[in-house]
Design a binder for this molecule. Structure first.
Ligand code: HMG
Ligand code: MG
Length: 298
C-alpha cells in the first residue's frame, strides 16, 4: 500500500516564516524559494494574503510573488482566507490557492475570526472565482486531531468539515495536525474521516512536530496510501494562533526517511540542506532538522 513516489510541498516560506517575530526581507524569502526549487521541490507554498495586522510577516506577499523567477513545472501556492485575499492574490498569478478552515470552532474563531459555518460562506465565492479562473483550489483543515482551546477532536468533526469543503468545490484537502499532538493511529482516523469525502489522490498530510510525532505520523499516513505532504525546510515555523506550536516536520527529515525507504521525491537532499542552512543562518539559529544537523556537523 505504501506509495513508491511522494510529492512534498514545502510550506516553509509561508507556514514557517509567518511565525517569525523578526522581519524577514522579501529578498531573503525569494532566495529561499529559489533554493527550494533548485533542490527539486515541485511545489512551494510561498505566502498568504491575510490581514497584515494579523500576520505582519506576510505583508510583502505581492513583492515576494513578483520577485520569484519561476521554473516551469514548479507550482506556487498561496493562502487566501476571503475574497479580499483572492482579489489581491490573483494579480500575482498563483498556480494554486489555499482556503483554510478548522475542525474546531474555537480555533476557527482565533485564526480567522469567524465560525466554521461562516468560514465556508466566505470560502465559497473564493473557490468559485478561483476555479473560474483556472486556479487549483486546495483546502486546509486545522486541528484535525487536537485543538489548543478544545482539546481532542473527534474524527466525526473532521468528516463534517471535509464534507463542507467538498460541497463548495474545494479540489484537494490537507489534514493538518496544527499543534503536533497527534499520534499515528489518531492521525489515521482523521485521514480515514477525510477519505469519506475525498479521493486518496486528493488528500495530503500536514503535520507539525511539536511533540516529536510528525515523522511517525507521516509514516502512518503513508501506510494508508497518502502520497502528498506539506513539510517545512529546516523545520521552520508554527502557528501564530496556536501557542507553543512548533514548525512542520522538517522537509530534510522526511526526504531522508522516504529515500531510505526507496520512495522517490525528486529532491536532492544536499541542496535541500543548503536551503535550510541559508534560512537558518539568516534567522540566527541551527536548522530544526535532525538530518540537517547530523549532515552539517559530520
Ligand atoms: P476580520 O477582521 O474578520 O476581517 O479578519 P474583516 O473582513 O472584518 O476585515 C477587517 C480588516 O482586515 C479590514 O481592514 C480589512 O480590509 C482587512 P481595516 O479596514 O481594519 O484596515 N482584511 C484584509 N487585509 C488583507 N488581506 C485580506 C484581508 N481580509 C480582511 N485577505 C481575516 C479575517 C481572515 C482577514 C483575519 O482573521 C486574518 O488575516 N487572520 C490571519 C489568519 C492566518 O494567516 N493564520 C495563519 C495561517 S493558517 C495556518 O497556519 C494553519 C495551516 O498551516 C494548517 C495547520 O497547520 O493547521 C494552514
Ligand atoms: Mg500549519
Amino acid at each position: 500500500n505504501i506509495p513508491s513516489r511522494v510529492k512534498l510541498v514545502d510550506v516553509g516560506p509561508r507556514d514557517g516564516l509567518q511565525n517569525e517575530k523578526q522581519p524577514v526581507p522579501a529578498a531573503v524569502k525569494i532566495e529561499l524559494v529559489h533554493r527550494l526549487q533548485q533542490a527539486g521541490l515541485k511545489e512551494v507554498e510561498v505566502t498568504s494574503y491575510v490581514s497584515p495586522k494579523w500576520v505582519p510577516q506576510m505583508a510583502d506577499n505581492h513583492e515576494v510573488m513578483q520577485g520569484i523567477t519561476r521554473v516551469p513545472g514548479v507550482r506556487y501556492s498561496v493562502l487566501t482566507p476571503n475574497l479580499k485575499g483572492w482579489e489581491a492574490a490573483v494579480l500575482d498569478k498563483p498556480d494554486e490557492i489555499v482556503v483554510f478552515g478548522a475542525a474546531s470552532e474555537a480555533f476557527s474563531q482565533k485564526n480567522i475570526n469567524c465560525s466554521i459555518a461562516e468560514s465556508i460562506e466566505r470560502f465559497a465565492p473564493v473557490v468559485e472565482a478561483a476555479r473560474a479562473a483556472g486556479v487549483y483550489v486546495r483546502g486546509a483543515m486545522s486541528c484535525t486531531v487536537g485543538c489548543p482551546y478544545e482539546g481532542e477532536i473527534a474524527p466525526e468533526r473532521v468528516e463534517y468539515l471535509a464534507g463542507l469543503m467538498k460541497g463548495i468545490g474545494v479540489q484537494h484537502i490537507g489534514v493538518a495536525d496544527t499543534i503536533g499532538v497527534g499520534t499515528p493511529r489518531k492521525v489515521q482516523r482523521a485521514i480515514e474521516a477525510t477519505l469519506k469525502h475525498y479521493d486518496l489522490n486528493d488528500v495530503s498530510g500536514h503535520f507539525h512536530d511539536t511533540y516529536g510525532q510528525a515523522l511517525a505520523n507521516t509514516l502512518a499516513a503513508l501506510e494508508l496510501g497518502v502520497w502528498q505532504f506539506d513539510t517545512s525546510v529546516a523545520g521552520l515555523g508554527g502557528c501564530p494562533y496556536a501557542k507553543g506550536a512548533t514548525g512542520n516536520v522538517a522537509t530534510e527529515d522526511v526526504v531522508y526517511m522516504l529515500h531510505g525507504m526507496g520512495i522517490e521525491t525528486g529532491i536532492d537532499l544536499d541542496q535541500l540542506i543548503d536551503a535550510g542552512a541559508y534560512i537558518s543562518d539568516f534567522l540566527g539559529r541551527k536548522p530544526q532538522s535532525r538530518v540537517a544537523v547530523a549532515v552539517l556537523t559530520k
